[in-house]
Design a protein around this ligand. Structure first.
Ligand code: BG6
Ligand code: MG
Length: 220
């Protein structure tokens, strides 16, 4: 896919800007272990990018366990409390390599920067790592009703930045997020391994591998 002029880049948060995907995995695995089963890294790929409650439903399916709505709420709260413990100490040093350099290059080129995350903890993390000033838009789990692969989170971001989807590039580490970008008519860059992100228009190992000239190269 080639694209028109790039006017905005929308970044997923967990696993793209910070390594919090590992904390989500750690907390879900702990919950699974408590219920008597394990969660492999491969199974965890299905949990990336989607909402907390949807992730819990998939986890319970994997463990072949059924719970009432009330029990589910308690389990989701427990996982979230552990997760919040893990992220409590996060600071600017935890921003993944290349992120700030890329943000500066985008600013310089007048390309807007948005965050599009399923997480209800996104605001807390953005505050702790101190990148709020770079952002033209933040759409998080509190602002969306439809989970990735629905494009809502990215379309809302584009709208907030006053840009059309065809002028936006999405950076994502989750399969569901790549599909969301594509469903919204945006160019998708997978951040991570080819094995999980083969549907993306382009794959990089991390933001350290991206720069303004590579982005400009995508334009028609
Ligand atoms: C996404 C993560 O960014 O946010 C998922 O990839 C997570 O793993 C989801 O479940 C919801 O996060 P939270 O912080 O609202 O539980
Ligand atoms: Mg992610």
């Amino acid at each position: 896919m080639t694209m028109q002029k790039i006017k905005a880049c929308i970044f997923d948060l967990d696993g793209v800007i910070v390594d919090t995907a590992t904390f989500h995995y750690k907390a879900w695995k702990r919950l699974a272990n408590e219920m008597g089963f394990d969660l492999t890294p491969e199974q965890n790929e299905q949990l990336k990018g989607i909402s907390r409650m949807k992730s819990l439903d998939i986890l319970l399916d994997i463990g072949n366990i059924s719970k009432t709505d009330e029990e589910k709420q308690a389990l989701a709260d427990k996982k979230n409390n552990w997760y919040r413990e893990y992220i409590r100490e996060m600071k600017p040093d935890d921003i993944l390599p290349g992120t700030i350099r890329l943000f500066n290059e985008l600013k310089e080129a007048n390309i807007k920067i948005g965050v599009g995350s399923a997480s209800k903890n996104a605001k807390t993390i953005l505050h702790q790592i101190g990148i709020e000033n770079y952002l033209d838009s933040v759409i998080d789990g509190n602002k969306v009703s439809k989970a990735k692969p629905d494009p809502q989170v990215f379309l809302k971001g584009a709208q907030e930045m006053n840009e059309k989807p065809e002028h936006c590039v999405v950076f994502e580490d989750a399969q569901s997020g790549i599909e969301a970008a594509q469903n919204g008519g945006m160019y998708s860059i997978g951040v991570g391994s080819e094995k999980n992100l083969y549907k993306a228009d382009m794959i990089i190992a991390g933001l350290h591998e991206m720069n303004i000239s590579k982005l400009k190269h995508l334009e028609k």
